[in-house]
Design a binder for this molecule. Structure first.
Ligand SMILES: NC(=O)c1ccc[n+]([C@@H]2O[C@H](COP(=O)([O-])OP(=O)(O)OC[C@H]3O[C@@H](n4cnc5c(N)ncnc54)[C@H](O)[C@@H]3O)[C@@H](O)[C@H]2O)c1
Length: 327
């Protein structure tokens, strides 16, 4: 059976209307969809309506799709009611595998068979979540990032039984609501982004525990330097275009595998592995030259810094742990 793709998706159902369910609701409404939310929590409707109202001005600034309206949302009390006429279903219940497996079964008992069912899980494997679902080929993970009504990334992962069609149609749907889908090639705990974030977070906590840095110093070390350039060129490309010999030079020169800065053990930097990593970075550059990328990076960074200065807290109130300075 052919699954519904984005041109046939008008009704977007949310199972769970907490932080993430609200984020999807806001994004869905701003993109001209009808959004139905099932969540048994007392007072949930009032909370979601208040959140939608509070975020609507920023959605207007991002540009609303034709027909977009905060009034096109409905809160219902059962999963059956939420999914009965849904064209795309997003599950956002708490991060608990047993609960998700049960909720997916219940969703699939009541949803049309040609509707994709996505989980917002931060790290549970889709093969496990789809265990009891009717039509497991339409189950995917679509992992968003807060604030999800602004951030474009959504990681798409399939389980053992997920079809390619489900992943690709889900990607088309998320792109149609302004996101940048990223395929996770192999299902793995934490997917890509949380693996990276958790690795850094654990390093940060070691530094705090050892008394090397405070939380404010950890954040300053990220958002005053590496974090700014990561926003433009990511982790790998930042290093690839920063020297003459790209990642090959970096991995053989400054960032070798015997550096013991980190508690995390790197894989062995064999010649083959260095060639593979360097080759992937060259591929990722496509037709762009390092010099042109550096020029655009610099221009973009200037603007990002300007925007942060204009909109974020001024120096002295931004949490930066100021050093005593002497002349
Ligand atoms: N918070 C984040 O930054 C974030 C980011 C990405 C992904 N996620 C993932 O999104 C999911 C939801 O996280 P959250 O932060 O929104 O959690 P949350 O606790 O804020 O919200 C969960 C909601 O689910 C509702 N719920 C519980 N059981 C339910 C059921 N049987 N049917 C319908 N609703 C039910 C609860 O009442 C609650 O409102 C988790 O899997 C989490 O890992 C969270």
């Amino acid at each position: 059976m052919e699954l519904k793709g984005h041109s046939r998706i008008k009704r977007f159902a949310q199972i769970g209307g907490g932080a993430i369910g609200m984020g999807w609701t806001i994004r869905g409404l701003a993109n001209g969809l009808d959004v139905t939310i099932a969540d048994p929590a007392p007072g949930i409707e009032k909370r979601i309506r208040a959140e939608v109202e509070a975020r609507w001005p920023i959605m207007e600034r991002q540009g609303l799709k034709p027909g977009a309206s905060p009034d096109r949302m409905k809160v219902v009390s059962s999963i059956a009611e939420a999914v009965a006429d849904a064209d795309f279903i997003q599950e956002n219940v708490p991060e608990n595998l047993d609960l998700k497996v049960r909720v997916f079964k219940e969703i699939s008992d009541h949803a049309a068979p040609d509707v994709i069912i996505a989980s917002s899980t931060s790290g549970l494997l889709p093969s496990k979540i789809q265990g009891m679902t009717k039509g497991p080929e339409r189950v995917i993970v679509a992992h968003p990032f807060t604030p999800l009504y602004i951030l474009p990334l959504v990681e798409i992962a399939g389980g053992e039984k997920t079809s390619e069609e489900a992943k690709k149609k889900a990607a088309g749907f998320y792109a149609s609501i302004g996101m940048r889908p990223l395929e996770v090639r192999k299902e793995v705990d934490g997917f890509i982004s949380d693996r990276l974030q958790v690795a850094m977070w654990h390093e940060a906590l070691h530094l705090v525990k050892e008394g090397v840095a405070t939380i404010a110093e950890i954040d300053a070390a990220v958002n005053g330097g590496p974090g700014l350039r990561w926003a433009v060129t990511g982790l790998a490309m930042t290093w690839h275009i920063s020297g003459d010999r790209g990642l090959q030079g970096s991995m053989r020169g400054i960032n070798t595998d015997d550096l013991n800065y980190s508690k995390l053990k790197p894989p062995r930097f064999t010649d083959d592995f260095i060639d593979e990593v360097h080759g992937q970075a060259v591929d990722a550059m496509g037709g762009r030259s390092a010099s042109d990328m550096q020029r655009r990076r610099d221009e973009t960074l200037l603007k990002v810094i300007e925007v942060i200065r204009e909109n974020w807290y001024p120096q002295g109130q931004d949490g930066w742990p100021e050093m005593q300075q002497l002349d």
